[in-house]
Ligand binder design. Structure first.
Ligand code: ES4
Ligand code: ZN
Length: 326
């Protein structure tokens, strides 16, 4: 119990956190009230987010996000989510941010949102010692044309704070290669690359993200376990997985943490890391993730230290930032 306590309080690196998906329902309800928008249909009676499955979740997510209108709204959310992350011991975090929700893909508007978010993040770093970096997120089910606009926003703001391009959204729509143009644009701008794959689709989706887009990390990637040739490809190419165990169990990708393949992937030699995905939606926190894995897979402090080392090595920020956080 003493060891569990120490594990919960370890300093943590989180690589996979959706910015809007980190908004607590009370935060979204408050904004809806201020702006006199009625989105009561997306909440349960107990105040939590209400949805039936992943695809309905994506709809509810968009409805919740619709009350985030101004750069100041995003800045307030940034402060709130970093307070919660810092409470959970997170010292470095990368967050998926979509220009589709911040100015609709217009570069000038995107810069204004980004400026407000960065100010909030810089203040949180000074006050709470937590470092945030942004990954621009094309949303797969919005299609390749919108993805190009997002990638253009990413390329125009690539630098020390926007560090990557990372596709999210519905993995069952289109193919990874439909987005190759956007990933090429981002790569040429010096950005690092990741894509959601192998959460809802099988191992071949993971292979396609690596081979057709050239990503060096995979969002989830856990269903690679269904084809050991794909698992070995990940090991050989040193691709790091952004694993979100609590999200996977909550959405029914795997029946329980005990049956979750994170431990089998780790044992075989895949670089696995631990993140929350959309914590209030999936009723999880980084402390919950660590405690759950400690219990389900008997992970000790040494394993978590390795997980965090893997995460820091795979982080998209510059070397000086990496060396300052752990
Ligand atoms: C997602 Cl685009 C997006 N937003 C939040 N959570 C997600 N999971 C997969 N895609
Ligand atoms: Zn995700």
């Amino acid at each position: 119990e003493d060891e569990l306590h120490r594990i919960a309080n370890l300093p943590k690196i989180e690589l996979h956190l959706h910015f809007e998906g980190a908004a607590p329902p009370a935060f979204i309800r408050g904004l809806a009230k201020e702006k006199k928008v009625d989105i009561s249909g997306i909440f349960n009676e107990d105040g939590s987010y209400a949805y039936r499955d992943f695809w309905h979740f994506l709809e509810v997510y968009e409805a919740a996000t619709s009350v985030l209108k101004t750069p100041e709204d995003f800045a307030r959310l940034c402060t709130a989510l970093l307070e919660e992350s810092a409470r959970n011991g997170v010292v470095y975090c990368e967050t998926f941010l979509s220009p589709d929700f911040c100015g609709g893909g217009d570069v000038t508007a995107w810069r204004e949102y980004l400026h407000a978010i960065r100010e909030a993040a810089d203040a949180a770093e000074r006050d709470m010692g937590i470092t945030l970096r942004g990954i621009v997120t094309p949303i797969r089910h919005f299609g390749p044309e919108k993805a190009k606009r997002a990638a253009r926003c990413a390329a125009e703001t690539a630098g020390d704070w926007i560090v990557g391009l990372g596709m999210g959204g519905d993995e069952k729509q289109g193919r990874q290669r439909d987005f190759a143009y956007s990933f090429d644009m981002a790569r040429e701008a010096g950005l690092r690359l990741t894509s959601h794959a192998g959460e809802w689709q099988g191992p071949s989706e993971v292979r396609e993200a690596v081979e057709d887009l050239g990503v060096e990390r995979i969002g989830h990637g856990v269903r690679a376990i269904g084809d050991l040739a794909v698992v070995d490809m990940l090991i050989e190419r040193e691709i790091t997985l952004e694993v979100c165990p609590g999200s996977n169990v909550f959405l029914g990708v795997f029946p329980s943490l005990k049956e979750h393949p994170i431990e089998r992937l780790r044992e075989r030699g895949v670089g696995v890391t631990v993140s929350t995905d959309d914590p209030p939606f999936f009723h999880t926190t980084m402390k919950d993730e660590y405690l759950g894995l400690a219990k389900a897979h008997r992970w000790d402090e040494e394993v978590f230290a390795m997980i965090n080392r893997t995460a820091l090595d795979a982080a998209f920020c510059d070397a000086a930032t990496r060396e300052a956080v752990l």
